[in-house]
Ligand binder design. Structure first.
Ligand SMILES: Cc1ncc(COP(=O)(O)O)c(C=O)c1O
Length: 417
Protein backbone atom coordinates (compact mmCIF):
# COMPACT_ATOMS: atom_id res chain seq x y z
CA UNK A 1 0.00 0.00 0.00
CA UNK A 2 2.84 2.39 0.84
CA UNK A 3 4.47 1.70 -2.53
CA UNK A 4 1.24 2.43 -4.43
CA UNK A 5 0.74 5.52 -2.36
CA UNK A 6 4.25 6.79 -3.06
CA UNK A 7 4.64 5.80 -6.72
CA UNK A 8 1.16 5.41 -8.19
CA UNK A 9 -1.30 8.07 -9.26
CA UNK A 10 -4.02 8.61 -6.68
CA UNK A 11 -6.90 8.05 -9.09
CA UNK A 12 -8.52 5.34 -6.92
CA UNK A 13 -9.39 5.05 -3.24
CA UNK A 14 -9.03 1.29 -2.62
CA UNK A 15 -10.27 -0.51 0.45
CA UNK A 16 -7.16 -1.29 2.49
CA UNK A 17 -6.63 -4.96 1.62
CA UNK A 18 -3.74 -6.27 -0.50
CA UNK A 19 -4.78 -9.29 -2.54
CA UNK A 20 -2.39 -11.91 -3.77
CA UNK A 21 -4.40 -14.91 -4.93
CA UNK A 22 -7.86 -15.78 -6.20
CA UNK A 23 -9.86 -18.92 -6.96
CA UNK A 24 -13.59 -19.13 -7.69
CA UNK A 25 -15.38 -16.68 -5.41
CA UNK A 26 -12.43 -16.53 -2.98
CA UNK A 27 -9.44 -14.20 -2.77
CA UNK A 28 -6.56 -14.20 -0.29
CA UNK A 29 -4.52 -11.28 1.00
CA UNK A 30 -0.75 -11.17 1.45
CA UNK A 31 -1.11 -12.47 5.00
CA UNK A 32 -3.13 -15.47 3.83
CA UNK A 33 -6.53 -14.28 5.09
CA UNK A 34 -9.39 -15.56 2.93
CA UNK A 35 -12.30 -13.43 1.70
CA UNK A 36 -15.42 -13.87 -0.42
CA UNK A 37 -15.09 -11.44 -3.33
CA UNK A 38 -18.44 -9.63 -3.63
CA UNK A 39 -17.25 -7.10 -6.20
CA UNK A 40 -15.82 -9.43 -8.90
CA UNK A 41 -13.63 -6.66 -10.30
CA UNK A 42 -16.76 -4.65 -11.14
CA UNK A 43 -18.38 -7.75 -12.74
CA UNK A 44 -15.37 -8.77 -14.83
CA UNK A 45 -14.81 -12.03 -12.96
CA UNK A 46 -18.25 -13.56 -13.54
CA UNK A 47 -16.76 -17.01 -14.24
CA UNK A 48 -14.78 -16.93 -10.96
CA UNK A 49 -11.15 -16.05 -10.27
CA UNK A 50 -8.53 -17.94 -12.27
CA UNK A 51 -11.00 -20.20 -14.02
CA UNK A 52 -8.75 -23.10 -15.14
CA UNK A 53 -10.28 -23.36 -18.61
CA UNK A 54 -9.93 -19.62 -19.31
CA UNK A 55 -6.47 -19.36 -17.79
CA UNK A 56 -5.49 -22.46 -19.80
CA UNK A 57 -6.57 -20.72 -23.02
CA UNK A 58 -4.54 -17.64 -22.01
CA UNK A 59 -1.37 -19.58 -21.22
CA UNK A 60 -1.55 -21.82 -24.27
CA UNK A 61 -2.16 -18.92 -26.65
CA UNK A 62 0.50 -16.74 -25.00
CA UNK A 63 3.01 -19.52 -25.61
CA UNK A 64 1.91 -19.88 -29.23
CA UNK A 65 1.22 -16.41 -30.62
CA UNK A 66 0.35 -13.33 -28.58
CA UNK A 67 0.08 -10.39 -30.96
CA UNK A 68 0.26 -9.77 -34.68
CA UNK A 69 -1.63 -6.46 -34.91
CA UNK A 70 -4.39 -6.36 -37.49
CA UNK A 71 -1.88 -5.74 -40.24
CA UNK A 72 -2.16 -9.51 -40.76
CA UNK A 73 -4.87 -12.09 -40.18
CA UNK A 74 -4.50 -14.30 -37.12
CA UNK A 75 -5.82 -17.84 -36.81
CA UNK A 76 -7.91 -17.22 -33.67
CA UNK A 77 -9.88 -14.06 -34.46
CA UNK A 78 -12.15 -15.51 -37.15
CA UNK A 79 -13.38 -18.46 -35.03
CA UNK A 80 -14.04 -16.08 -32.11
CA UNK A 81 -15.92 -13.64 -34.34
CA UNK A 82 -18.07 -16.49 -35.68
CA UNK A 83 -18.80 -17.75 -32.16
CA UNK A 84 -19.74 -14.38 -30.64
CA UNK A 85 -21.86 -13.16 -33.56
CA UNK A 86 -23.77 -16.47 -33.60
CA UNK A 87 -24.13 -16.38 -29.82
CA UNK A 88 -25.74 -12.94 -29.76
CA UNK A 89 -27.32 -12.94 -33.24
CA UNK A 90 -25.50 -10.16 -35.13
CA UNK A 91 -23.84 -9.98 -38.55
CA UNK A 92 -20.55 -8.57 -37.32
CA UNK A 93 -18.37 -7.84 -34.29
CA UNK A 94 -15.59 -5.30 -33.76
CA UNK A 95 -13.15 -6.33 -31.03
CA UNK A 96 -11.46 -3.80 -28.77
CA UNK A 97 -9.84 -4.04 -25.32
CA UNK A 98 -11.32 -1.87 -22.58
CA UNK A 99 -14.96 -1.06 -22.05
CA UNK A 100 -14.44 2.65 -22.68
CA UNK A 101 -12.86 1.87 -26.07
CA UNK A 102 -15.90 -0.22 -26.99
CA UNK A 103 -18.23 2.65 -26.04
CA UNK A 104 -16.10 5.02 -28.16
CA UNK A 105 -16.40 2.53 -31.01
CA UNK A 106 -20.19 2.45 -30.66
CA UNK A 107 -20.32 6.26 -30.70
CA UNK A 108 -18.21 6.42 -33.87
CA UNK A 109 -20.34 3.73 -35.53
CA UNK A 110 -23.53 5.55 -34.60
CA UNK A 111 -22.29 8.87 -35.97
CA UNK A 112 -21.00 7.32 -39.18
CA UNK A 113 -24.31 5.51 -39.69
CA UNK A 114 -26.17 8.80 -39.06
CA UNK A 115 -24.28 10.54 -41.88
CA UNK A 116 -23.98 7.69 -44.37
CA UNK A 117 -27.33 5.96 -43.90
CA UNK A 118 -29.81 8.11 -42.01
CA UNK A 119 -28.80 11.30 -43.81
CA UNK A 120 -28.13 13.59 -40.84
CA UNK A 121 -26.29 16.75 -42.03
CA UNK A 122 -22.50 16.67 -41.46
CA UNK A 123 -21.37 17.08 -37.86
CA UNK A 124 -24.90 17.43 -36.48
CA UNK A 125 -25.59 13.91 -35.25
CA UNK A 126 -26.81 13.79 -31.69
CA UNK A 127 -26.66 10.86 -29.28
CA UNK A 128 -29.07 10.71 -26.34
CA UNK A 129 -27.70 9.47 -23.01
CA UNK A 130 -29.15 9.22 -19.50
CA UNK A 131 -28.51 11.14 -16.32
CA UNK A 132 -26.24 9.34 -13.85
CA UNK A 133 -24.78 7.27 -16.68
CA UNK A 134 -21.41 5.59 -16.43
CA UNK A 135 -19.83 4.54 -19.72
CA UNK A 136 -16.12 4.94 -18.95
CA UNK A 137 -13.42 7.55 -18.51
CA UNK A 138 -12.27 8.89 -21.89
CA UNK A 139 -12.57 12.61 -22.58
CA UNK A 140 -15.52 12.05 -24.95
CA UNK A 141 -17.37 9.79 -22.51
CA UNK A 142 -16.91 12.06 -19.48
CA UNK A 143 -18.24 14.91 -21.63
CA UNK A 144 -21.75 13.52 -21.19
CA UNK A 145 -21.47 12.49 -17.54
CA UNK A 146 -23.27 14.50 -14.86
CA UNK A 147 -20.96 13.24 -12.11
CA UNK A 148 -18.61 16.14 -11.23
CA UNK A 149 -15.91 13.65 -10.18
CA UNK A 150 -15.97 12.24 -13.72
CA UNK A 151 -16.16 15.40 -15.81
CA UNK A 152 -15.05 18.23 -13.53
CA UNK A 153 -11.92 20.01 -14.69
CA UNK A 154 -11.57 17.98 -17.89
CA UNK A 155 -13.18 20.35 -20.38
CA UNK A 156 -13.60 21.46 -23.11
CA UNK A 157 -16.25 18.84 -23.66
CA UNK A 158 -17.21 16.87 -26.75
CA UNK A 159 -20.48 18.21 -28.24
CA UNK A 160 -23.23 16.07 -29.76
CA UNK A 161 -24.79 14.49 -26.68
CA UNK A 162 -28.05 15.27 -24.91
CA UNK A 163 -28.83 13.90 -21.46
CA UNK A 164 -32.35 12.86 -20.49
CA UNK A 165 -33.53 11.40 -17.16
CA UNK A 166 -33.08 7.62 -16.79
CA UNK A 167 -36.22 5.50 -16.79
CA UNK A 168 -38.31 8.33 -18.27
CA UNK A 169 -40.14 7.29 -21.42
CA UNK A 170 -41.86 10.66 -21.86
CA UNK A 171 -38.50 12.46 -21.82
CA UNK A 172 -37.13 10.03 -24.40
CA UNK A 173 -40.18 10.45 -26.61
CA UNK A 174 -39.73 14.23 -26.51
CA UNK A 175 -35.99 14.12 -27.22
CA UNK A 176 -36.59 11.78 -30.16
CA UNK A 177 -38.55 14.53 -31.94
CA UNK A 178 -35.22 16.02 -33.05
CA UNK A 179 -34.47 14.54 -36.50
CA UNK A 180 -30.72 14.81 -35.88
CA UNK A 181 -30.87 12.22 -33.10
CA UNK A 182 -28.89 9.20 -34.29
CA UNK A 183 -28.73 6.98 -31.22
CA UNK A 184 -29.78 6.35 -27.65
CA UNK A 185 -26.94 5.00 -25.49
CA UNK A 186 -28.18 3.37 -22.28
CA UNK A 187 -27.25 0.93 -19.51
CA UNK A 188 -30.15 -1.55 -19.05
CA UNK A 189 -29.39 -1.35 -15.31
CA UNK A 190 -27.18 1.50 -14.11
CA UNK A 191 -24.37 -0.24 -12.23
CA UNK A 192 -22.09 2.56 -11.10
CA UNK A 193 -25.04 4.83 -10.25
CA UNK A 194 -25.95 2.30 -7.55
CA UNK A 195 -27.60 -0.65 -9.34
CA UNK A 196 -30.58 1.39 -10.51
CA UNK A 197 -33.12 -1.01 -12.02
CA UNK A 198 -35.60 0.76 -14.34
CA UNK A 199 -39.29 -0.13 -14.75
CA UNK A 200 -39.62 -3.54 -16.40
CA UNK A 201 -41.01 -2.00 -19.58
CA UNK A 202 -38.57 0.92 -19.87
CA UNK A 203 -36.00 -0.84 -22.05
CA UNK A 204 -38.53 -2.56 -24.39
CA UNK A 205 -40.51 0.68 -24.82
CA UNK A 206 -37.36 2.76 -25.32
CA UNK A 207 -36.12 0.36 -28.01
CA UNK A 208 -39.50 0.45 -29.77
CA UNK A 209 -39.57 4.27 -29.72
CA UNK A 210 -36.05 4.39 -31.17
CA UNK A 211 -37.02 1.94 -33.93
CA UNK A 212 -40.04 4.07 -34.84
CA UNK A 213 -37.80 7.14 -35.24
CA UNK A 214 -34.97 5.39 -37.09
CA UNK A 215 -32.65 5.93 -34.12
CA UNK A 216 -30.11 3.31 -33.05
CA UNK A 217 -30.76 1.69 -29.68
CA UNK A 218 -27.30 1.19 -28.16
CA UNK A 219 -27.06 -1.06 -25.10
CA UNK A 220 -24.00 -0.73 -22.88
CA UNK A 221 -23.94 -4.21 -21.35
CA UNK A 222 -20.31 -3.99 -20.23
CA UNK A 223 -21.33 -4.49 -16.60
CA UNK A 224 -24.78 -6.11 -16.98
CA UNK A 225 -23.90 -8.57 -19.75
CA UNK A 226 -22.41 -12.08 -19.75
CA UNK A 227 -24.84 -13.58 -17.27
CA UNK A 228 -24.58 -10.99 -14.50
CA UNK A 229 -28.32 -10.30 -14.25
CA UNK A 230 -29.46 -13.90 -14.77
CA UNK A 231 -29.54 -14.15 -18.55
CA UNK A 232 -26.88 -13.70 -21.21
CA UNK A 233 -27.74 -10.00 -21.36
CA UNK A 234 -29.88 -7.70 -19.24
CA UNK A 235 -31.68 -6.83 -22.49
CA UNK A 236 -32.67 -10.51 -22.79
CA UNK A 237 -35.41 -9.64 -20.27
CA UNK A 238 -37.09 -12.67 -18.75
CA UNK A 239 -35.30 -15.26 -20.90
CA UNK A 240 -33.99 -18.21 -18.91
CA UNK A 241 -31.20 -19.11 -21.39
CA UNK A 242 -31.98 -22.78 -20.81
CA UNK A 243 -29.90 -25.42 -22.63
CA UNK A 244 -28.14 -22.84 -24.79
CA UNK A 245 -31.41 -21.96 -26.52
CA UNK A 246 -32.32 -18.31 -27.05
CA UNK A 247 -35.98 -17.80 -26.16
CA UNK A 248 -36.28 -14.16 -27.23
CA UNK A 249 -39.54 -13.76 -25.33
CA UNK A 250 -41.59 -11.20 -27.26
CA UNK A 251 -42.67 -9.21 -24.20
CA UNK A 252 -39.28 -8.61 -22.59
CA UNK A 253 -36.46 -9.48 -25.03
CA UNK A 254 -34.85 -6.49 -26.70
CA UNK A 255 -32.31 -6.70 -29.49
CA UNK A 256 -30.08 -3.65 -29.39
CA UNK A 257 -28.98 -2.20 -32.73
CA UNK A 258 -25.51 -1.88 -31.23
CA UNK A 259 -24.51 -4.13 -28.33
CA UNK A 260 -21.45 -3.28 -26.23
CA UNK A 261 -19.69 -5.96 -24.17
CA UNK A 262 -16.51 -6.00 -22.05
CA UNK A 263 -15.40 -7.07 -18.59
CA UNK A 264 -16.57 -10.71 -18.18
CA UNK A 265 -16.23 -11.32 -21.91
CA UNK A 266 -12.74 -12.46 -20.89
CA UNK A 267 -13.62 -13.89 -17.47
CA UNK A 268 -11.45 -11.10 -16.10
CA UNK A 269 -8.11 -12.59 -17.16
CA UNK A 270 -7.40 -10.23 -20.07
CA UNK A 271 -8.92 -6.95 -21.34
CA UNK A 272 -11.38 -7.84 -24.13
CA UNK A 273 -14.33 -5.75 -25.27
CA UNK A 274 -16.57 -6.03 -28.29
CA UNK A 275 -19.19 -4.12 -30.25
CA UNK A 276 -21.82 -6.09 -32.16
CA UNK A 277 -24.05 -4.79 -34.94
CA UNK A 278 -25.52 -5.80 -38.28
CA UNK A 279 -23.89 -5.01 -41.62
CA UNK A 280 -26.00 -1.90 -42.28
CA UNK A 281 -24.27 -0.27 -39.33
CA UNK A 282 -20.91 -2.04 -39.03
CA UNK A 283 -19.96 -1.84 -42.70
CA UNK A 284 -20.11 1.97 -42.63
CA UNK A 285 -16.62 1.90 -41.11
CA UNK A 286 -13.95 1.13 -43.71
CA UNK A 287 -10.31 -0.02 -43.41
CA UNK A 288 -8.17 2.58 -41.67
CA UNK A 289 -11.08 4.40 -40.05
CA UNK A 290 -11.00 2.68 -36.66
CA UNK A 291 -8.88 0.15 -34.80
CA UNK A 292 -6.47 -0.71 -32.03
CA UNK A 293 -3.08 -2.44 -31.98
CA UNK A 294 -4.28 -4.99 -29.43
CA UNK A 295 -7.96 -5.26 -30.45
CA UNK A 296 -8.80 -8.77 -31.63
CA UNK A 297 -5.38 -10.20 -30.80
CA UNK A 298 -4.99 -14.00 -30.65
CA UNK A 299 -4.89 -14.17 -26.84
CA UNK A 300 -8.01 -12.03 -26.54
CA UNK A 301 -9.85 -14.12 -29.12
CA UNK A 302 -8.94 -17.44 -27.50
CA UNK A 303 -9.65 -16.23 -23.96
CA UNK A 304 -13.02 -14.69 -24.84
CA UNK A 305 -14.14 -17.83 -26.66
CA UNK A 306 -13.26 -19.92 -23.60
CA UNK A 307 -15.02 -17.42 -21.31
CA UNK A 308 -18.24 -17.65 -23.37
CA UNK A 309 -18.08 -21.47 -23.41
CA UNK A 310 -17.69 -21.59 -19.62
CA UNK A 311 -20.82 -19.47 -19.18
CA UNK A 312 -22.84 -21.93 -21.21
CA UNK A 313 -21.33 -25.17 -19.92
CA UNK A 314 -21.60 -24.21 -16.26
CA UNK A 315 -25.08 -22.70 -16.69
CA UNK A 316 -23.91 -19.54 -14.92
CA UNK A 317 -26.86 -17.44 -16.09
CA UNK A 318 -29.25 -19.80 -14.34
CA UNK A 319 -27.09 -19.85 -11.22
CA UNK A 320 -26.98 -16.04 -11.15
CA UNK A 321 -30.77 -16.00 -11.25
CA UNK A 322 -31.22 -18.52 -8.42
CA UNK A 323 -28.44 -17.17 -6.20
CA UNK A 324 -29.67 -13.61 -6.78
CA UNK A 325 -33.09 -14.51 -5.42
CA UNK A 326 -31.47 -16.29 -2.50
CA UNK A 327 -29.39 -13.16 -1.83
CA UNK A 328 -32.22 -10.62 -1.94
CA UNK A 329 -34.75 -12.80 -0.09
CA UNK A 330 -32.18 -13.85 2.51
CA UNK A 331 -30.91 -10.35 3.09
CA UNK A 332 -34.39 -8.83 3.35
CA UNK A 333 -35.35 -11.45 5.94
CA UNK A 334 -32.15 -11.06 7.95
CA UNK A 335 -31.42 -7.31 7.88
CA UNK A 336 -34.29 -5.66 6.00
CA UNK A 337 -35.86 -4.49 9.29
CA UNK A 338 -32.74 -2.62 10.52
CA UNK A 339 -33.00 1.16 10.55
CA UNK A 340 -29.56 1.16 8.88
CA UNK A 341 -31.12 -0.28 5.71
CA UNK A 342 -33.04 1.91 3.28
CA UNK A 343 -33.45 -0.65 0.54
CA UNK A 344 -32.19 -3.81 -1.12
CA UNK A 345 -32.42 -4.02 -4.91
CA UNK A 346 -30.98 -5.63 -7.98
CA UNK A 347 -31.36 -8.37 -10.55
CA UNK A 348 -29.54 -11.68 -10.75
CA UNK A 349 -26.21 -11.19 -8.99
CA UNK A 350 -26.00 -7.43 -9.55
CA UNK A 351 -27.38 -6.10 -6.27
CA UNK A 352 -27.07 -3.19 -3.90
CA UNK A 353 -27.91 -2.30 -0.34
CA UNK A 354 -28.94 1.31 0.22
CA UNK A 355 -27.71 2.64 3.52
CA UNK A 356 -29.95 4.93 5.49
CA UNK A 357 -27.53 7.83 5.75
CA UNK A 358 -26.41 10.84 3.73
CA UNK A 359 -24.20 10.25 0.67
CA UNK A 360 -21.45 12.30 2.39
CA UNK A 361 -21.39 10.12 5.53
CA UNK A 362 -18.75 7.43 5.99
CA UNK A 363 -21.31 4.78 7.01
CA UNK A 364 -21.14 2.73 3.80
CA UNK A 365 -17.34 2.81 3.84
CA UNK A 366 -17.26 1.85 7.54
CA UNK A 367 -19.59 -1.05 6.82
CA UNK A 368 -17.33 -2.22 3.99
CA UNK A 369 -14.39 -2.14 6.41
CA UNK A 370 -16.35 -4.23 8.91
CA UNK A 371 -17.39 -6.63 6.13
CA UNK A 372 -13.74 -6.91 5.12
CA UNK A 373 -12.84 -7.88 8.69
CA UNK A 374 -15.62 -10.49 8.56
CA UNK A 375 -14.19 -11.93 5.32
CA UNK A 376 -16.36 -10.35 2.63
CA UNK A 377 -15.14 -7.71 0.17
CA UNK A 378 -17.49 -5.10 -1.21
CA UNK A 379 -17.17 -1.41 -2.06
CA UNK A 380 -19.49 1.59 -1.79
CA UNK A 381 -20.67 3.11 -5.03
CA UNK A 382 -21.93 6.66 -4.88
CA UNK A 383 -21.66 7.37 -1.18
CA UNK A 384 -24.29 5.46 0.68
CA UNK A 385 -24.91 2.52 -1.65
CA UNK A 386 -22.97 -0.75 -1.38
CA UNK A 387 -22.87 -2.99 -4.44
CA UNK A 388 -22.82 -6.78 -3.94
CA UNK A 389 -21.82 -8.72 -7.05
CA UNK A 390 -20.04 -12.04 -6.39
CA UNK A 391 -18.73 -14.27 -9.19
CA UNK A 392 -21.61 -16.21 -10.75
CA UNK A 393 -20.04 -19.55 -9.72
CA UNK A 394 -21.12 -19.00 -6.10
CA UNK A 395 -22.89 -22.05 -4.59
CA UNK A 396 -26.03 -21.99 -2.42
CA UNK A 397 -23.91 -22.93 0.64
CA UNK A 398 -21.39 -20.17 -0.04
CA UNK A 399 -24.21 -17.66 -0.47
CA UNK A 400 -25.69 -18.77 2.84
CA UNK A 401 -22.32 -18.28 4.53
CA UNK A 402 -22.00 -14.81 2.93
CA UNK A 403 -25.47 -13.91 4.25
CA UNK A 404 -24.39 -15.07 7.74
CA UNK A 405 -21.37 -12.77 7.60
CA UNK A 406 -23.42 -9.83 6.34
CA UNK A 407 -26.14 -10.35 8.95
CA UNK A 408 -23.57 -10.34 11.77
CA UNK A 409 -21.83 -7.21 10.50
CA UNK A 410 -24.97 -5.17 9.80
CA UNK A 411 -26.65 -6.20 13.07
CA UNK A 412 -23.68 -5.43 15.30
CA UNK A 413 -23.00 -2.17 13.39
CA UNK A 414 -26.58 -1.06 14.08
CA UNK A 415 -26.28 -1.98 17.77
CA UNK A 416 -23.02 -0.09 18.23
CA UNK A 417 -23.99 3.14 16.43
C1 LIG B 1 -21.63 0.23 -17.98
C2 LIG B 1 -20.16 0.46 -18.14
N1 LIG B 1 -19.69 0.95 -19.29
C3 LIG B 1 -18.38 1.17 -19.50
C4 LIG B 1 -17.46 0.90 -18.50
C5 LIG B 1 -16.00 1.17 -18.75
O1 LIG B 1 -15.27 0.00 -18.85
P1 LIG B 1 -13.67 0.04 -18.69
O2 LIG B 1 -13.39 0.37 -17.25
O3 LIG B 1 -13.22 -1.35 -19.07
O4 LIG B 1 -13.16 1.08 -19.63
C6 LIG B 1 -17.90 0.38 -17.28
C7 LIG B 1 -16.95 0.11 -16.18
O5 LIG B 1 -17.27 0.01 -15.03
C8 LIG B 1 -19.28 0.16 -17.09
O6 LIG B 1 -19.76 -0.32 -15.94
Amino acid sequence: MALEDAHGAHNYHPLPVVLKKGEGIRVWDVEGKEYFDFLSAYSAVNQGHSHPRIVGALVEQAQTLALTSRAFYNAELGPFEKAITERFGYDKVLAMNSGAEAVETAIKLCRRWAYDVKGVPANQAKILVCSDNFHGRTSTIVSFSNDPDSYGGFGPYMPGFERIPYNDIAALEKALQDPHVAGFLVEPIQGEAGVVVPEADFIPRAAALCAAKNVLFIADEIQTGIGRTGSWLATCGNCQCGGGRCERQAATYVRADILILGKALSGGVYPVSAVLADDGIMMTIKPGQHGSTFGGNPIAAKVAQAALEVMEEEALMQNARARGEQFRDGLKARIGHLSLIKGIRGKGLLNAVLINDSPESSTAWDLCMALRDAGLLAKPTHGNIIRFAPPLVISAEEMDEALNRMEKVFTSFEQSH
